[in-house]
Design a protein around this ligand. Structure first.
Ligand SMILES: NC(=O)c1ccc[n+]([C@@H]2O[C@H](COP(=O)([O-])OP(=O)(O)OC[C@H]3O[C@@H](n4cnc5c(N)ncnc54)[C@H](O)[C@@H]3O)[C@@H](O)[C@H]2O)c1
Ligand SMILES: O=C(O)C(=O)C[C@]1(C(=O)O)C=C[C@@H](O)C=C1
Length: 309
């Protein structure tokens, strides 16, 4: 493949920026990849493993002359980073971000972006529970969605160029309005993470009562929860604080459904439980058939093959 941006600056060197660095390297998509992270330990590790072509000791230095600047820091840090780099951005450059929440990032970053620089927010729907400069890998984005939430006045050519990079890293891309993105992600990602954190918290509390049995006999379903609940605390604190309304809305609906199921159990209403689980099973099969869950053990099998198992 050919170079899409001559110089790319990655601000924040964790799972997402690291995976971008690997994917861009592998595809030959950037002439030069420059990086910066706040802590010197992270910068030292990035240098040691050769994550980027160059690691700078300030964000200002990293963005100098960059054609694409990627903000890959926790959502709550985006505004401060934007303020710091703004005076050093090259005219005509594109600034994007990879934050899990979009409207609050637009509100925090947008005002700092100078005229003549394109700001095109984005979000790769791909991740793991790992973080830090060693956690990235080139295939993270393969066959996953990468949503862009361009602003009404975003330059279509700049958006198309960023979409080219995203696709060249293996992702599928789509555009969406920021507040709609935040509601969709509250359902598909943010509320599920909070539920996983809570379930593991409850089990941890119980563990003291059951003398380690919860951990010792931990079943596959619970282990899936613990994987998600091992995700980075700073990242997720910021997600919930910055997608407050949508997350609270979804959690309200979740609580209502939970009470309904709780009542069905108490009343011995097996039909209601069966009908509910039949509907949710169909949703899971729809995800697999759409090719969205590449990690599923039954990925690639038809729903027919898994019926009645
Ligand atoms: N992990 C996921 O599953 C996932 C998926 C999609 C999007 N995201 C989003 O991507 C962004 C980065 O997440 P990640 O998983 O790569 O996190 P990470 O914890 O692996 O990396 C974050 C990096 O940002 C650096 N950093 C923190 N504050 C900074 C600051 N003020 N200035 C400069 N550097 C700073 C940290 O040192 C670290 O290098 C977040 O906004 C997150 O919401 C994460
Ligand atoms: O697979 C995981 O570990 C993830 O949680 C990834 C996940 C998700 O919820 O799907 C988490 C946060 C993101 O912003 C995007 C992707």
């Amino acid at each position: 493949m050919s170079v899409i941006y001559d110089r790319v600056a990655l601000i924040g060197l964790g799972l997402i920026a690291g995976s971008m660095a690997h994917a861009m390297r592998e595809g030959g998509l950037a002439g030069e990849i420059v990086g910066f992270a706040r802590s010197h330990e992270t910068r030292d590790t990035a240098r040691e493993i050769g994550l980027c072509d160059r690691i700078c000791d300030s964000a200002a230095e990293a963005v100098k002359g960059a054609d694409l600047v990627v903000l890959a820091v926790p959502v709550g840090a985006m505004g401060d980073v934007a303020a710091e780099i703004a005076p050093h951005l090259k005219p005509g450059a594109t600034v994007t971000d990879v934050g899990s929440v979009k409207q609050s990032v637009i509100d925090a970053v947008g005002p700092h972006i100078p005229d003549g620089v394109h700001f095109i927010p984005g979000h790769p729907l791909a991740g793991t529970e790992h973080s830090g400069p060693r956690s990235g890998f080139a295939t993270l984005f393969r066959n996953r969605w990468w949503l862009l939430t361009p602003l009404p006045d975003s330059d279509p050519q700049a958006v198309a160029r960023l979409a080219d990079l995203v696709r060249a890293m293996g992702a599928k891309t789509d555009s969406m309005e920021a507040s709609h993105h935040d509601l969709v992600l509250a359902v598909t990602s943010h509320a599920p993470h909070l539920i996983a954190y809570t379930m593991v918290g409850v089990a941890d509390h119980l563990r003291r009562v059951t003398d380690e049995e919860v951990i010792q006999y931990s079943a596959a379903g619970f282990r899936d929860f613990t994987r998600i609940a091992a995700s980075d605390p700073t990242m997720w604190r910021d997600v919930f604080l910055h997608n407050k309304e949508a997350t609270l809305d979804i959690l309200g609906r979740f609580t209502e459904e939970l009470f309904m199921l709780q009542r069905a159990i108490r009343m011995g209403d097996g039909q209601q439980l069966f009908d509910y689980f039949t509907r949710t099973r169909a949703i899971r099969r729809g995800i697999i058939e759409a090719g969205q869950d590449t990690n599923a053990p039954d990925f690639g099998r038809s729903a027919e093959a898994t019926r009645d198992r």
